[in-house]
Design a protein around this ligand. Structure first.
Ligand code: NAP
Length: 258
């Protein structure tokens, strides 16, 4: 196991990509702080981690609330005494034309997808700076490299995550803390169930067709799985990636190549 006895905080770990990252890192020997706004989902992930023989800690958190984030770090330090890995994975999308976007909807996505990354990184960086070690992974998106219609607000947040990753990577490099982003493409999770429904409606297509249309743009001819993303995160938090920082790695089946 590459990550024996490391301590990792994963946000949005109750399902989808966050759940897969939690399970993959647990299999690599990591104890997992399972954080999600949905406590029941987080508990389900926790049960799976226990069966892998690792110690989980389950925390209900809204990443856009600094009080929740402070509590997350306090509880983690109380139980484990250190934080080796932070995966900022929690995210939401609202799929609609920008002329129909309400100001509150704009703020909500930016608060969770961008401000949440800032709040969690800030709180955890303070611990990692004292430790003089750590790995931060920010889950951006192919939408962080390339804007698409009806995802403009989401793209604004996810481009922001990459800029933040680069700045923070330079700031934290003197403390031997690396900061990288991962940019998934079309991954079959509940988020895409929702996006497909909205896009299909907008494009006048039957349910499921908008998702299929996206696959046509993927050179490897399939959607990604949460495990595809988890494997890259496991590499980036391992010692093999010690000389990588400030990068934004695509996991898109070739859909994005820059
Ligand atoms: P998902 O299935 O919707 O899972 C996201 C998880 O995050 C859910 O458990 C959700 O809880 C939780 N969450 C939402 N808001 C939160 C908050 N404020 N604080 C804490 N937890 C919160 O989505 P996913 O597809 O796994 O996406 C995970 C990450 O990958 C996101 O950052 C997303 O933008 C990114 N991504 C996904 C894709 C894709 O194709 N799926 C592609 C590129 C990037 P609730 O269920 O209660 O909302």
């Amino acid at each position: 196991m590459r990550l024996n006895n490391k301590i990792a905080i994963i946000t949005g770990a109750g399902r989808g990509i966050g759940e897969a990252i939690s399970i993959r890192l647990a299999k690599e020997g990591t104890d997992i702080v399972v954080c999600d706004i949905d406590f029941d989902n987080a508990e389900r992930t926790t049960e799976k981690i226990k069966t892998l023989g690792r110690q989980p800690l389950t925390i209900k958190i809204d990443v856009s609330k600094s009080k929740d984030v402070g509590e997350m770090v306090n509880l983690t330090m109380k139980k484990f005494g250190r934080i080796d890995i932070l995966v900022n994975n929690a995210g939401i999308a609202i799929v609609k034309p920008i002329v129909e976007f309400e100001e509150e909807e704009w703020d909500k996505v930016i608060d969770v997808d961008l401000k949440g990354v800032f709040l969690c990184s800030k709180a955890v960086a303070k611990i990692m700076i004292n430790q003089k070690s750590g790995k931060i992974i920010n889950i951006s998106s192919s939408s962080g490299k390339m804007g698409t219609e009806f995802f403009a607000n989401y793209a604004a947040a996810k481009f922001g995550v990459i800029g933040f990753t680069q700045g923070l990577a330079k700031e934290l490099a003197p403390y031997k803390i690396t900061v990288n982003a991962v940019c998934p493409g079309i991954i079959g999770t509940k988020m895409w169930d929702y996006a497909d429904e909205e896009l299909s409606k907008r494009l006048g297509l039957p349910k499921g067709e908008a998702f299929k249309k996206q696959i046509q743009n993927i050179p490897l001819s399939r959607s990604g799985t949460p495990e595809d993303v988890a494997g890259i995160v496991a590499f980036l938090v391992s010692p093999e990636a010690d000389y990588m920082t400030g990068q934004a790695i695509n996991v898109t089946g070739g859909m994005v190549m820059h």
